[in-house]
Design a protein around this ligand. Structure first.
Ligand SMILES: Cc1cc2nc3c(=O)[nH]c(=O)nc-3n(C[C@H](O)[C@H](O)[C@H](O)COP(=O)(O)OP(=O)(O)OC[C@H]3O[C@@H](n4cnc5c(N)ncnc54)[C@H](O)[C@@H]3O)c2cc1C
Length: 289
């Protein structure tokens, strides 16, 4: 790859998921400039991970944003119970009691000084956290954003890396030269494949969570009014669920995400009220992590 119009930067990051977003912020913390490419124009808007583990929270703490992350997700007094239902609004089969974030923080305050977790686990769905991280990145001048750009190819000549990127919207092209290129483009990413890096360890092909999945994402603005009367979850006006259905076996799981973000989110398409969440009656649902 050659070209006279080449932008130069110490680090090029391929992939703007949670890993790429956080890498850009940590490089910025150390005063290192980077450019962050992500195929989509913005962060994803469907539920995925909702558990921000203690270690993840500690990373946020080092960046000075753990407090802001704790404002995302469910209201502070809302329990994070894992509940098994026959269907949305149907019969409750079992409940694993889990503390609200306020209870978690109160437990931290009560804990002995020798038994401290500085940043206990917090539940906020990845889609809210990524949205926050991207907004935060926009305030950091060390980070150049290329959302909506796909890295098509790269070449390492020993002294650095040259990459070619394409903007999906209009076909614009850019060439960048960097000291390092980091593949944060997901487990199936092209960077890893191009470099011939293989996975080690056991395959994820297991009957539970590792098998084929069918995910349904439904947004039901009238969930409280029509389905959740009298339940704890009815304190939220709307709810978003990600249903994960292994196929086969027939058992289906619901990955229950935070019911709503507390800050205003951009308008997104909603599912018509007549839609049957998770395929209506057909499958029992149970939550995953
Ligand atoms: C249902 C579900 C529940 C989960 N629950 C949890 C949980 O509770 N807690 C937890 O910690 N984890 C959870 N996970 C896992 C978590 O979602 C992933 O580990 C995480 O998203 C991986 O982040 P990443 O940044 O490595 O990759 P990704 O999130 O896959 O992001 C990669 C990004 O790279 C972009 N990209 C790819 N190729 C290119 C290219 N050539 N050029 C530019 N951009 C490119 C993609 O568009 C994408 O935006 C869950 C996952 C699922 C599916």
């Amino acid at each position: 790859m050659t070209g006279t119009d080449v932008s130069r930067i110490p680090v090029a990051i391929v992939g703007g998921g949670p890993v790429g977003l956080m890498l850009a912020l940590f490089l910025d913390l150390h005063g290192v400039r980077s450019v962050l490419f992500n195929t989509e124009e913005t962060t994803r808007w469907h539920p995925k991970g909702s558990t921000q583990n203690a270690r993840t929270m500690e990373h946020y703490r080092r960046l000075g944003i753990s407090g802001a992350i704790r404002t995302l997700g469910l209201p502070a007094d809302h329990p994070t119970d894992v509940v098994y239902f026959t269907r949305f609004g149907g019969r409750e089969l079992a409940r694993l009691k889990m503390p609200s974030s306020a209870e978690t923080l109160a437990a931290r305050a009560r804990a002995a000084r020798t038994d401290q977790t500085p940043e206990p686990l917090h539940r906020a769905n990845q889609m809210y956290v990524e949205d926050f991280l991207l907004a935060h990145i926009r305030t950091r001048p060390n980070i150049t954003l290329r959302f909506g750009w796909r890295v098509e190819r790269f070449a390492d000549d020993g002294a650095g890396v040259t990459l070619a990127a394409l903007r999906g919207r209009d076909g614009a092209r850019e060439t960048w030269r960097s000291g390092y290129l980091v593949g944060c483009d997901g487990g199936q990413g092209e960077v890893r494949r191009t470099l011939g890096i293989r996975f080690a360890g056991q395959s994820l092909r297991q009957p539970y969570m590792g098998g084929s999945m069918f995910s349904t994402y439904v947004k039901v603005p009238a969930l409280k009014r029509d389905f959740l009367r009298g339940t704890a979850a009815s304190s939220t006006g709307s709810s978003i669920r990600n249903c994960v259905r292994p196929s086969p076996p027939s058992m289906a799981t619901t990955n229950s995400c935070s019911g709503r973000a507390r800050k205003a989110m951009p308008p997104r398409p909603t599912t018509p009220r007549s839609s049957k969440p998770c395929g209506g009656r057909r499958s029992p649902i149970s939550p995953s992590r």
